[in-house]
Design a protein around this ligand. Structure first.
Ligand code: SIN
Ligand code: FE2
Length: 205
């Protein structure tokens, strides 16, 4: 297997200082007050262990109707709150000068939550990278290849770490095996919050 750094996967450890993590979390939680976390259901009808909400013009949702992006919260019917400027700046720095993100999925992992191996492929154009920010408890992230049968590697994502899936890794399989409960005290009530920035719709122009 090629070294992860040669596949388009980039891990930026401690991209956010402890102060920047706290400031970002405050901004995110203020928006979560408007767009509460809810427990999505897979198209097959299974409740996910991760709770979700979104920020930005488009939000990723799943229910009996399938996986898709939509402009409103499925429970409140309201538009998603805006993406904090700090995240837009992070994208510009770490993901490049291309189209800005129009979707930020907010995943909440409380004790026992995990996410099965999957590809991010509900976006219009895979030329745009995916950038994800970890806050709170450390996660055991699993990264594979474009084929589900490709070998996988385990990578720990700690609070303040940023990772980018770009180029050949844009469609790499990935998931969260588990979260190390109590490894951080950042998230009120415990657990981990992951912010995944994507360009879901077609690029501007
Ligand atoms: C995801 O793939 O949507 C989430 C990954 C993570 O929680 O780090
Ligand atoms: Fe994903």
């Amino acid at each position: 297997m090629a070294p992860l750094s040669q596949t388009g996967f980039r891990l930026i450890p401690a991209a956010l200082s402890v102060g920047a993590q706290a400031a970002l979390l405050t901004e995110v939680l203020a928006r979560v007050a408007q767009a509460p976390f809810y427990r999505p259901v897979t198209p097959g009808g299974k409740p996910m262990s991760v709770e979700m909400t979104n920020l930005g013009p488009l939000g990723w949702v799943t229910d009996a109707g399938g996986y898709r992006y939509q402009p409103t919260h499925p429970q409140t019917g309201e538009p998603w709150p805006d993406i904090p400027q700090a995240l837009l700046d992070l994208w510009a720095e770490a993901a490049g000068a291309g189209a800005p993100p129009d979707a930020c999925l907010v995943n909440l992992y409380r004790e026992g939550a995990r996410m099965g191996l999957h590809q991010d492929k509900d976006e219009a154009d895979f030329a745009h990278p995916v950038l994800s920010v970890s806050l709170g408890d450390t996660a055991v992230f699993r990264l594979g290849g474009v084929s589900r049968r490709d070998p996988t590697a385990s990578v720990r994502l700690a609070s303040g770490d940023v990772c980018v899936l770009a180029g050949p890794a844009r469609l790499a399989h990935h998931g969260i095996d588990r979260v190390l409960v109590g490894s951080s005290r950042l998230v009120p009530g415990g657990g981990r919050i992951n912010l995944t920035l994507r360009r879901a719709g077609p690029g501007p122009g």
